[in-house]
Design a protein around this ligand. Structure first.
Ligand SMILES: [Zn+2]
Length: 296
């Protein structure tokens, strides 16, 4: 196995499994969880699971994302994922505003304004736009079949994406979920022009670093958050102690500044700016990586 981003062979492995919830979504008929390895690239610091979901499994996992059935199944093994939590995430207007603030900041810091035609790649209903982002046209590429909000046009076919010349293409909180991040980078490259400004946002995560979000401090933050049920959190905590290290859940790629930069540069782009900002949501604070880039 080589690094998915930089192709290096210098990898460190930790044996683990695919989580109960992901198994229940992608292969409910299988009794024993698939084995996998959490891999860390010593060259570019990218981390990922060796098991990659195929297209069918990806569809099964993300089908009707965060609907009632998704929540019910998830709570069976992730006891803290109650209806209340699911509803809070689905209606988290606060997190959306935080996300917009971060995008506005990086655009302003780099004097990028006058964005006439904007695309949100994988942007669900297209809620991440604001008035000045796509003053002439706002598009969202999404295959979930969700109805877009007023003023945003849905494109559900990849070929149709090429019919417009975008000033700005953004891709928020998607790459950490992708089985094949490089193929999406290549797609992004084909739909933008030489003047297109690109933006990618991912969580800043490194399971191989001490003191990060997978640490005890992070668990403390959970306990202090009134949205969680403490008993359920405790029950879940004891369950995870019996499991291998970090079973594979929805995040299958973990980015750092370094690995995100590598991914952008190795796919024919040049980085304009990379920032690390805290983003608050009802479930706590996430550190996010924001990258602004253009074609080389
Ligand atoms: Zn690497």
């Amino acid at each position: 196995m080589n690094c998915l981003i930089c192709n290096s062979e210098k990898l460190i492995f930790i044996d683990t499994i695919v989580s109960d919830f992901v198994m229940a979504r992608i292969a409910p008929e299988i009794k024993d969880n698939y084995k996998t390895q959490l891999c860390f690239c010593e060259e570019c610091s990218f981390a990922f699971y060796s098991y990659r979901l195929n297209e069918k499994e990806e569809l099964k996992l993300y089908y009707h994302y965060r609907d009632e059935e998704y929540q019910r199944l998830r709570e069976l093994s992730e006891y803290w994922y109650t209806k209340k939590i699911n509803n809070l995430i689905n209606k988290d207007i606060f997190a959306l505003e935080e996300q917009k603030k971060i995008i506005k900041k990086i655009l302003k810091d780099n004097c990028i304004n006058n964005i006439e035609i904007a695309l949100d790649y994988g942007g669900n209903e297209g809620r991440t736009f604001w008035d000045e982002l796509g003053t002439k046209e706002k598009y969202v590429f999404d295959i979930s079949g969700l109805k877009t909000v007023e003023g945003v046009i849905n494109i559900s076919n990849y070929e149709d994406l090429k019919n417009h010349s975008y000033s700005f293409i953004m891709c928020n909180m998607l790459f950490e979920h992708l089985s094949n991040p490089i193929s999406v980078m290549k797609k992004l490259s084909t739909i933008g022009g030489n003047d297109t400004v690109y933006y990618i946002e991912v969580p800043s995560e490194n399971p191989f670093l001490k003191g990060n979000k997978f640490s005890i401090a992070r668990h403390l933050e959970l306990v202090l958050n009134p949205n969680y049920n403490l008993l359920r959190l405790a029950k879940y905590y004891f369950k995870t102690r019996k499991e291998p290290f970090m079973p594979m859940k929805e995040h299958i790629n973990f980015f750092t500044v370094e690995s995100l930069k590598k991914m952008i540069e190795l796919n024919g782009f040049k980085v304009i700016d990379i920032q690390e900002n805290p983003e608050k949501s009802v479930l706590g604070t996430t550190i996010v990586l924001s990258a602004l880039f253009k074609k080389q």
